[in-house]
Design a protein around this ligand. Structure first.
Ligand code: ASP
Length: 561
């Protein structure tokens, strides 16, 4: 899809750029009520959102006329310059600079499909290294499906992707659009939550746990089987860091775009349903997967001579993957009753506490993976890939509020252990309850990964990456761990970070180029000049045969939740 540019305000090169730290966020506009305007045929999506809805609002525009930003607009990698706007400083002492990139065709989200999801994924992928985070504006009707689909399609995601929309258009007098968008921008620009999330009515939900629960209330979404990842109140945004899911593979961010939605179906069991009805669906040409919404903890009517179970078992033998999820809003399927057990025996997979949206999109994602077999798909449906289901219930430790001196003490001890290269001590400190340390920043905004980037022990760096530490968080001076490793001339550290998806921030590029004149080798590995990521991967591959890197969690810059 092509794009349109917005035109105001003009960049004023006489004005100094802001000295306040800022994050850069790309807003991707796909359509939905948020941008709609009245027409004789009802509300329809309208173009020019940045100009007509944001530029004139002081909370979205501090009037500083920042320089334009580049956006990659197509598969060929062509860049186009877009006017950006800047929010006023937040209570965390940061500003968020953003621009709105509009899809050529703005949709009512009831018309979106896998092609639209792929376009969103590709837009994020093309612009991944240019922005700190992404906000996707989308209609609410199918928003939970898009969130779920993207959560699977965006693999090894290391930056926040936040979807939002509204129940009333931004240009209506009483609307929820302004608060939903501003809340999304603030979360995206301040907190390194590397997940696909849905922000609505002051709550941040894990995208693949969310579902639309109200057609017109402002509280339109909920995630009944998972608490919100963050809640905004009048004082601040509280992030539940212990709930945040982090990728723990040494892999780059990648996307899988060809979801197979045409070969899956969803059927809700009801009292008196005839096995023939189920059979008719299961015999649809090309069907490869079915999400079956059953009663309670996963029960379906047995029917005469268990006719229903037989229909299911036959379909499974033909290679169709059938996933059992509950019609209830909360809770999980578990084979405690005889009808549920007979489904399990027939080969029906327990979808545990997944939403319908998550089950359907996950099935489509898994079926489209290269080398997918009915067995591999069935196995993965019961495993949590992106936090979409609860495998087992275990108590979650929450660190008590207000323990700053204690936190600072532990962080200092960790800092010493990192500087001494003492991996065992680092592990001791992080073990169990101190996992929150990965998000913590010291007085200069350095996270444990910043410190590990120059540690004498590369094993500590690797250990943090495998725990899900973010490679994208910047310290108060705006520096990434990769920048620090390159400044220290540590090629192996640089390679490991690059292999984990680290890249120099656009704000670091100019200085890095200067430094590269002195030390072209290590800065080349860090991504300055012609050294393509592919070359670095190859070089890195020779040294690190295997591994994984988390792209983490934490607070962007030096703000804290
Ligand atoms: N029908 C609209 C859409 O999904 C509803 C909304 O945005 O809330 O695009």
């Amino acid at each position: 899809m092509a794009v349109t540019a917005t035109t105001i305000p003009e960049y004023d090169d006489q004005q100094p750029e802001s000295s306040i730290p800022e994050s850069q966020v790309l807003i991707i506009m796909t359509g939905g009520t948020i941008c709609m305007q009245r027409s004789p045929s009802g509300f329809i999506p309208a173009r020019g959102f940045q100009e007509s809805c944001l530029a004139r609002v002081p909370t979205f525009n501090d009037g500083s006329h920042p320089r334009p930003v580049d956006v990659v607009i197509n598969e060929a990698g062509d860049r186009k310059s877009y006017q950006s706007l800047r929010t006023p400083p937040s209570s965390y002492g940061r500003q968020v600079r953003y621009t709105v990139f509009e899809f050529e065709e703005l949709l009512d989200s009831s018309s979106i499909d896998a092609k639209g999801w792929a376009e969103i994924a590709r837009t994020i992928y093309r612009n991944y290294t240019l922005f700190d985070a992404f906000v996707v504006l989308h209609g609410t009707d199918s928003l939970a499906y898009t969130c779920s689909a993207l959560s699977f399609m965006l693999q090894n995601l290391g930056k926040p992707v936040i979807l939002t929309g509204s129940q009333a258009p931004m240009l209506e007098l009483q609307n929820d659009a302004a608060d939903n968008l501003l809340g999304s921008l603030v979360v995206a620009g301040h907190f390194m939550i590397p997940e696909v999330c849905l922000y609505f009515n002051y709550k941040l939900f894990r995208g693949n746990r969310a579902t639309k629960v109200a057609a017109s209330d402002f509280a339109a979404f909920d995630s009944p089987n998972a608490p919100p990842l963050a809640i905004t109140n009048s004082m601040r945004t509280h992030v539940a860091w212990d709930l945040v899911n982090r990728p723990t593979n040494i892999e780059h961010f990648s996307i899988q775009t060809n979801l197979d939605t045409t070969h899956v179906a969803c059927l809700r069991i009801f009292p008196g349903i005839k096995p023939e009805m189920l059979e008719a669906v299961l015999k649809l040409e090309g069907l490869k997967g079915l999400v079956l919404e059953t009663f309670g903890a996963g029960n379906a009517p047995g029917g005469q001579d268990n006719a229903m179970t037989k229909v299911l078992a036959d379909a499974i033998k033909r290679g169709i993957v059938i996933v059992n999820i509950t019609q209830c809003l909360t809770g999980s399927v578990s084979p405690v009753y005889a009808p549920g057990m007979s489904l399990t025996k027939a080969g029906v997979v327990a979808g545990l506490d997944m939403t319908t949206e998550a089950a359907l999109t996950k099935l489509s994602y898994l079926l489209a993976l290269p080398d997918a077999t009915p067995e591999s798909v069935a196995k993965n449906m019961s495993i949590s890939l992106r936090g979409e289901l609860t495998e087992t219930s275990h108590p979650v430790f929450r660190h008590p509020e207000g323990g700053l001196p204690e936190r600072a003490k532990i962080l200092t001890a960790l800092g010493y252990a990192i500087a001494q290269g003492d991996l065992e001590r680092v592990k001791d400190i992080l073990r169990g309850e101190h996992e929150w340390l990965l998000n913590e920043a010291d007085y200069s905004g350095n996270t444990p990964l910043h410190l590990a980037a120059t540690s004498p022990s590369i094993s500590i760096l690797r250990y943090f990456l495998l725990q899900g530490a973010s490679v994208h968080i910047r310290n108060r001076a705006g520096r990434t761990p990769l920048f620090l490793a390159a400044s220290a001339g540590l090629s192996d550290h640089v390679l490991l970070l690059r292999k984990s998806g680290a890249h120099l921030h656009s704000d670091e590029q100019a200085v890095a180029e200067l430094y590269a004149k002195q030390r072209p080798g290590v800065w080349g590995l860090a991504g300055v000049g012609s050294k393509a990521i592919k070359d670095v991967e190859e070089e890195g591959g020779k040294r690190y045969s295997n591994g994984s890197v988390g792209n983490g969690n934490g607070v962007v810059g030096s703000a804290s939740s």
